[in-house]
Each structure stands twice: as C-alpha cells, then as structure tokens.
Design a binder for this molecule. Structure first.
Ligand code: ASP
Ligand code: MG
Length: 402
C-alpha cells in the first residue's frame, strides 16, 4: 500500500511532537507500506517568518517572501528525516526542487501544475520513507513559489493523485470533521463521512480544517481523504464522492466571522451599474461573496455585498475612487457581521431547509441581514455577537447533536 500522510504545523511543533510523528510513520513503514510524508512548517513558523519579513520591509517582494517562507517546511522535513534516522528507519527529505513540484508562476498563491514522480518512486524502491515539503513549488523560472496559507493539504492531495496512492491521510490537531466547530458548539458531533461538495462548502465557509483547494483537487482526481488526529488513534472522517449512510438533511453548520458588509446606496437604476461596481473591485483583485440588489425606486437602487474583513479598506478605497463614475450617493460599511451557513447534500431533494433555518433564527430573536443559497447550502449574514447563539440554535434545530 502506498500512503501519503500529511502533518500540520501543530503536529510537528517541537522535538516531542516530531518523534511522535516519526513513530507513527515508522509503524506504517514496518507494516510494509510505502510511506510518503508531507509536512507543514513547525508550529507558527510561517507567521514568524512573515513578521520577520515585514519588520525588514513592510511590503516585501513576493519572490523573496516565498524564498523565505519555503525555509519553514525545509526545516521540518530535514528534522523529521533525522528523527527517523535516529529510530533506525531509512528516510530522505525532498524539497519542491528536488521532487520537482511544478507550479504556476505567481508567488504567494501558485497552483500545482505537474509533479515529477521518478525521484520519489526511486527513493520508495530503496525502502525509504520519503518526506516532502508541503506548501511550496517551483515555477518555470526556477523560482520558489508557495500555494497560499494552509497549502500543505493541497500538496498532499496532489502527491496522492500523482502517485496513485491508496490513501491520503491528513493529520491535524482535531480528530476529524465536526458538524460544527466544537469550540463554539459543545454538542458538535464528529462525522464518519462527508462528500467532497459538502466539505468544499464547509472549508470555504469557515470550517478551517482543510485548505479548500485541496478538497477541490481531491474531488477532481477522486482521492479519498481521511482527516484524523496526530495524537490519538481515533478513526477520523472520510471525505469522498458519495456517502453510504443515510443522508441527513443538513451535514454541518459553519460560521465565518471574517466578513464585512458594504452597501453602495443610491446608485442609478440602469444597465451597467452593477458591472461597473464589481468590475472595479475585480480589477483590484477583491473577491466578492454575497450580493444583494434592492428593487429600484425613483430611478435609484442600492447594492450590498460582503467581502473578507482584511480587504474592506481596500474595497472602500476602490469605491471612493469610483464614486463619480458610479454616481452613488453614499457608501456604508458594517464590519461586525458574520456568516452562518448550513451545508448538506440532502437539501437538494428536500424543501424547507431555508425556512427551518429562518424559523430557528426568528425563535432566537436573531435578525438576518442578507441571505444567499446554493443547491447544498443556505448562508445568512448576521450580527457578529450573535454567532454563537445562532450556530448552537441551528445545530440543534437540525438535530445534529450527539
Ligand atoms: N506553513 C504554511 C502555513 O502556515 C502551509 C501549511 O501549514 O499548510 O500556511
Ligand atoms: Mg492547515
């Protein structure tokens, strides 16, 4: 069996944790598996490196930043190889260059294009555990790139696809995917299985366990993922195309506090206005999420939308600059809002999920600012301070508790 095992930063944060991971890998190796290990940088190393860079230059070149960040993963794979050696297990670490892991050229947010597998195969044939740097790649100019924060999950899935691995295990500091964040919802339950589509929505909407691009890639190449704890032997959650157990109406609830609502008030009610607004934002590389347009009245209309909090100032800037062209009366920005979403493949064939969610929020006296839906998701925008109450109430209303 060929297994890809990915361990996040907390799982390799110090010497003790590194040996804990080394021993887990050794066990699988001794059982006869071909073992490929993907690691993140130790603990909060990536944050530390970013701070260091910004201390020297508040606006570091993306190329140099990636040059720096890739050292984080390089440190953890080398130390892991040394740990395995001291346990008497043959192992070798490889960085993105040595593999090679080819990506698009954009530093800081590159996408994996192709992985050469010969070197890895060769090392596995020598019965070595192969330990590979997560998060990094090499572009066509032979420069280092990184895949965006949390990108090691994507490295692991890409490797599992390229090597036709029998399993891809994502080890983390929680023991699986829960029906809601267990830190916010005490009665959250660990799921046995979840579909790629549901996981993709949960990952995008704030579940924070898997990098959403890793789920996208797992779906595309049909790589079954297992999310489990690096510290216990608990079973974990399987992410795959179709789940066997009878579908619940809703599988999980997610909350995302990183949202801001911007309303552009008093726009002219004629063709091209929405285009002009969102085109200006798109050109500034700002990703817009929920969009709501009011009904026109006396030739005027309002458009509201949400964006991640960290780009709010930038978005406001873009709009201020375009006020003349947009002929808007004013702009309003509300930062203390949050998105709460219910996700479930079961709602595709069952009406009433939205109504049930709204009823539950009404019973909890929570006001809804905005609503958006997809085939398998209902999202509402509410006041940030109501998130915990909302997510617990919704979790209970859909019978998700233990
Ligand atoms: N070390 C990188 C980060 O902190 C990548 C990862 O952990 O997946 O974002
Ligand atoms: Mg992560």
């Amino acid at each position: 069996m060929l297994v890809v095992k990915k361990f996040g930063g907390t799982s390799v944060a110090d010497k003790e944790r590194i040996f804990n991971v080394a021993k887990r890998c050794m066990k699988s190796y001794q059982a006869g598996d071909d073992v490929v290990v993907v690691l993140s940088a130790m603990g909060k190393m990536t944050d530390v490196l970013i701070d260091q860079a910004k201390d020297i230059n508040p606006n570091p070149s993306k190329r140099e930043l990636d040059m720096l960040l890739t050292t984080g993963e390089q440190t953890s794979v080398a130390l892991m190889a040394m740990a395995l050696h001291s346990l008497g297990v043959p192992a070798i670490s490889l960085n993105a260059f040595q593999v090679a892991m080819h990506t698009t050229s954009n530093c800081g947010n590159a996408r994996i294009k192709r992985i050469d597998s010969e070197r890895i195969r060769h090392e596995l044939d020598q019965r070595k555990i192969v330990i590979i740097t997560g998060f990094q790649g090499v572009n066509k100019y032979d420069d280092y790139t990184t895949l965006g924060r949390g990108g090691s999950d994507t490295t692991a899935v890409a490797l599992a696809a390229a090597l036709h691995a029998d399993s891809c295990e994502i080890y983390t500091d929680v023991d699986g995917i829960y029906t809601a964040d267990p830190r916010l919802v005490k009665k959250a339950r660990k799921m046995k299985e979840i579909t790629y589509d549901e996981m993709l929505d949960l990952a995008t909407l704030g579940a924070g366990v898997l990098h959403n691009r890793s789920v996208e890639m797992a779906k595309k190449y049909n790589v079954p993922l297992v999310v489990r704890s690096s510290l216990t032997d608990a079973e974990g959650t399987v992410v795959k195309e179709d789940v066997k157990v009878e579908r619940m109406l809703v599988s999980g609830v997610a909350a995302d506090k990183n949202a801001t609502r911007i309303s552009v008030v008093g726009l002219e009610d004629r063709p091209g206005v929405a285009f002009r607004l969102f085109d200006a934002l798109a050109k500034a590389n700002i990703n817009v999420d929920m969009i709501l347009q009011s009904i026109g009245r006396e030739g005027k209309k309002d458009i509201s939308f949400t964006i991640p909090e960290d780009v709010a100032d930038e978005a406001l800037n873009v709009i201020e600059k375009n006020m003349e062209r947009l002929k808007a009366e004013k702009v309003d920005c509300k930062r203390n809002v949050a998105k709460v979403s219910v996700v479930g493949a079961g709602m595709m064939s069952n009406p009433g999920v939205a109504a049930k969610m709204f009823e539950c929020l009404y019973n909890s006296n929570i006001n809804i600012n905005m609503i958006s839906t997809s085939e398998i998701r209902v999202t509402v925008l509410i006041d940030e301070k109501e998130v915990e109450k909302a997510i617990n109430a919704v979790h209970e209303a859909f019978g998700l508790e233990d």
